[in-house]
Design a protein around this ligand. Structure first.
Ligand SMILES: Cc1cc2nc3c(=O)[nH]c(=O)nc-3n(C[C@H](O)[C@H](O)[C@H](O)COP(=O)(O)OP(=O)(O)OC[C@H]3O[C@@H](n4cnc5c(N)ncnc54)[C@H](O)[C@@H]3O)c2cc1C
Length: 352
């Protein structure tokens, strides 16, 4: 089989990369072993323009957010599904200090933070002693439907193979790769933390980060907003079903759900939500995060047939469409890759 590009991994990165290659009329094959609880499958798909306790504007969000919303709308129209919901975040302050930090940022004219005038609006649903504010615009992307529907399309186009990629079976020159029966000009690794096993890229400063999440059923809870108070309660496309999460663990013994997270999250929900709820499932996954919190995009400085679209960390929903598009524009039209994201910033490490 001869294709232009071989893509490893069909999470959100491999999905958007293959979408843009498809739009450029390129041929490709996507290989994915369809692991069950990958980050892209357990993620809430939230795009939030601010981050951290100081409500700092997320890196490149002015460019990345509008681009990604438009990308999901376009691919959603193509697949016949509405993938984008505008769901602003109601942030319940855990302390007076956090309330003050929020107000301070509004005073500094932060474009994404707003006072919520009716402070008692959510009294029926939540306990909150320190008030709330609104972060807008925020979005919720239906990644599950996107991955599933795009996979169906890939299968229809004979562009998908369900298999585990084995690095030892890959051979390559400067302008060609060979893997089993597949010959391609380039191979692009979109396989999340799986890329850490590849000799060519294993020295990159990945910093895998584990996250756990619950799905709960909560009748009568409003689904127009995403609610936040150290954790997030976000509506899913299914009626009365909410996503709850998540944890951020830099150190962990295994990638499975833990009793500790379940216990802590139940305690939080019991104090916070006034309505009865039922826990439906508990999942965990490991984010492909990086030490300096910037993605790895582009081609290996010494092996130009080996590419990477990875390191999306906790922001895959917003970063993946933008950088998948940028990588395809780089491949097809030789356009530049953002310096801070270009994997060639690690030339010295990758040359060891
Ligand atoms: C609990 C949790 C909540 C999150 N919530 C959000 C959120 O709300 N918003 C947001 O923006 N981000 C969120 N994230 C982060 C987001 O999920 C990631 O940034 C994103 O999913 C990374 O996508 P990816 O395609 O790069 O990698 P992955 O999702 O890891 O996809 C990699 C794919 O490669 C495949 N693969 C791996 N190795 C091999 C191999 N050897 N052979 C074949 N296939 C292979 C896997 O099966 C998988 O399908 C969350 C993450 C977690 C864990």
């Amino acid at each position: 089989m001869v294709v232009d590009y071989l893509i490893i991994g069909q999470g959100i990165s491999g999905t958007m990369l293959s979408w843009y290659l498809y739009r450029e009329g390129k041929t490709f094959l996507v290989i994915d072993h369809e692991a069950v609880d990958t980050p892209s499958r357990v993620a809430a798909g939230i795009i939030n323009p601010v981050t951290g306790r100081r409500y700092v504007t997320t890196w490149m969000i002015e460019e990345v957010m509008p681009f990604s919303i438009s990308a999901y709308t376009t691919i959603g129209n193509f697949l016949g599904h509405d993938l984008v919901q505008n769901k602003n975040i109601i942030d319940f302050f855990p302390s007076t200090q956090m309330r003050e930090a929020f107000i301070e940022r509004i005073d500094e004219d932060d474009q994404y933070l707003n006072a919520f005038p009716d402070q008692n609006h959510f009294n029926q649903y939540f306990n909150y002693d320190f008030g709330c504010g609104e972060i807008s615009p925020c979005f919720s992307i239906d990644l599950q439907t996107l991955l599933y529907e795009w996979n169906k399309k890939l299968v229809e186009m004979n562009s998908f193979r369900q298999a585990e990629f084995k690095p030892g079976d890959l051979t390559f020159t400067a302008d060609q790769v060979q893997y089993e029966d597949i010959t391609a000009q380039k191979i692009i690794f979109c396989n999340g933390t799986g890329t850490m096993d590849l000799p060519a890229f294993q020295l990159l400063p990945f910093a895998p980060n584990k996250g756990e999440t619950l799905l709960i059923e909560c009748k009568d809870l409003k689904n127009q907003f995403i609610f936040k108070r150290s954790m997030v309660v976000a509506p899913t496309p299914e009626k009365d079903i909410f996503w709850v999460g998540s944890s951020y663990a830099w150190e962990f013994d295994h990638a499975h759900p833990t009793e500790q997270f379940l216990k802590n999250t139940k305690t939080l929900l019991d104090h916070w939500i006034k309505l009865p709820y039922k826990i439906l499932s508990h999942k965990a996954s490991v984010r492909p995060a990086t030490l300096e919190r910037r993605p790895f995009i582009g081609f290996h400085p010494n092996y130009p047939a080996l590419g990477i679209l990875n390191g999306m960390g906790s922001k895959g929903a917003s970063l993946a469409p933008f950088f998948a598009h940028q990588l395809v524009q780089h491949i097809v039209h030789s356009l530049p890759i953002t310096d801070e994201a270009n994997v060639n910033r690690f030339s010295r490490i990758l040359s060891k």
